[in-house]
Design a protein around this ligand. Structure first.
Ligand SMILES: C=C(OP(=O)(O)O)C(=O)O
Ligand SMILES: [Mg+2]
Length: 400
């Protein structure tokens, strides 16, 4: 066991050019860990609170750091309990979930360093599984991540038949490249959105056509199955006053939205659908899960916000069959682990995820391997995304 000697906090840039919090944790025996907080754009209403970085840093220095100097970096639960106690709220509104998650992840890395183990091994222990997550690659997107593009936030390539994580990562890159070519052939100019996905001004229907063609072409070329999925991010489309989902000028009632998604699942054989409904509508989630939950993953992101209480509600109501895990939504690795454990116990698939605003931090790659997650969602191209994908490739090589 080795006590934390110092914690440094600073502002660094994220991938959108916004400031975010980075933490360095140093232990008495010389163990070192560095981690940075990501940041969402289509954030869930019930997420832990991200404070402006300067405020988060000042508050964490005042309230959390003194307490953390009494903890041991290789005892993650103790570190995270000290963070919670120092904050004193249930949503990290005092020190900021951005400070909390950066410190929590940096402490984990320092703990791994002390033990001389890779982070995935420190977090997963001797009894972690031997599987690697399927990377979900955002290849076309819009919503809150790109203006004047699709209403659906993310179209995700899913190389479910890839023989290795490395081949899966390269398959997604090839799907992304193929979509670039298909857009070019159709004369459709396309910028990229916040996560590096193409962001063309096409209808959702045309995006389905293009993504389907691309995954089929790449699947035929590589000789293994590649499906695709969606992050609808439906809370951003939902007009709560009118009780309808708005796709530009078109609107759908809740029942029509359930029907629409169920039809898409069947028509495109979707392997994954995240947030197809509003974050407050457990009932409609349950209805959809009842209809197509045997065929596909219905995943709660804004619905569950990596929160065990919200997940427990979902389990009781049969809402969704999968949970997105974003450590910064809840504030600590311990909380993220607890959500994963509850999900696994109840047969919910886990999907470890990046945020649209990211850094070069690779903690989520280790978290996915440590917890035997079925999927990881961390983009396809762009340095802050490939940092995580390349780390997965290295872990796979190390773990054999
Ligand atoms: C990654 C996502 O976007 P954001 O980080 O903007 O919430 C998401 O909604 O799953
Ligand atoms: Mg989402």
């Amino acid at each position: 066991m080795t006590q934390i000697r110092s914690i440094s906090l600073r502002r660094i840039l994220d991938s959108r050019g916004n400031p975010t919090v980075e933490a360095d944790v140093l232990t008495e025996s010389g163990g070192f860990g560095r981690a940075a907080a990501p940041s969402g754009a289509s954030t869930g209403e019930y997420e832990a609170i991200e404070l402006p970085p300067e405020e988060a840093i000042a508050n964490a220095r005042e309230h959390a750091v003194p307490r953390l100097l009494e903890t041991f970096a290789d005892d993650q639960r103790e570190v995270d309990a000290a963070l919670r106690a120092a904050d004193g709220t249930d949503n990290f509104s005092e020190i900021g979930a951005n400070s909390a998650v950066a410190i929590s992840m940096a402490a984990a890395k320092a703990g791994a360093d002390v033990l001389g183990a890779p982070l995935y091994q420190h977090l997963g222990g001797a009894f972690r599984g031997r599987n690697f997550p399927v990377p979900l690659g955002n290849v076309i997107g819009g919503g809150e991540h790109a203006k004047d593009a699709t209403h659906i936030q993310e179209f995700l390539s899913a190389p479910v038949g890839a023989p290795s994580v490395s081949e899966a990562v390269f398959a997604n890159a090839q799907v992304h490249g193929t979509i670039g070519d298909l857009l070019d052939e159709r004369g459709i100019p396309a910028a990229k959105g916040d996560e590096g996905a193409w962001a063309p001004a096409v209808s959702d229907a045309e995006a389905f056509e293009i993504v389907e063609e691309a995954v089929d072409l790449v699947s035929d070329d590589l000789g293994f199955e590649i499906g695709f999925g969606l992050d609808v991010a439906a809370a951003e489309l939902y007009d709560a006053d009118a009780g309808v989902y708005r796709y530009g000028d078109e609107e759908k009632t809740v029942d029509e939205q359930v029907e629409y998604i169920a039809e898409l699942v069947t028509e495109y054989d979707l392997v994954y659908v995240e947030d197809p409904l509003d974050e407050n509508d457990y009932e409609a989630f349950a209805d959809l899960t009842d209809r197509v939950g045997e065929q596909t993953l219905i995943c709660g992101d804004d619905l569950f916000v990596t929160n065990t209480e919200r997940l427990q509600d979902g389990i009781e109501q049969g809402a969704a069959n999968s949970i997105l895990i974003k450590p910064n939504q809840i504030g600590t690795l311990t909380d993220a682990f607890d959500a994963i454990e509850l999900a696994v116990e109840n047969g919910y698939e886990t999907v470890i995820s990046h945020r649209s605003g990211e850094t070069e931090d690779t903690t989520i790659s280790h978290l996915a391997v440590a917890t035997d997650a079925g999927f990881i969602k961390t983009g396809t191209v762009g340095g802050e995304r490939t940092a995580k994908l390349n780390e997965l490739i290295r872990i796979a090589e190390d773990a054999v």
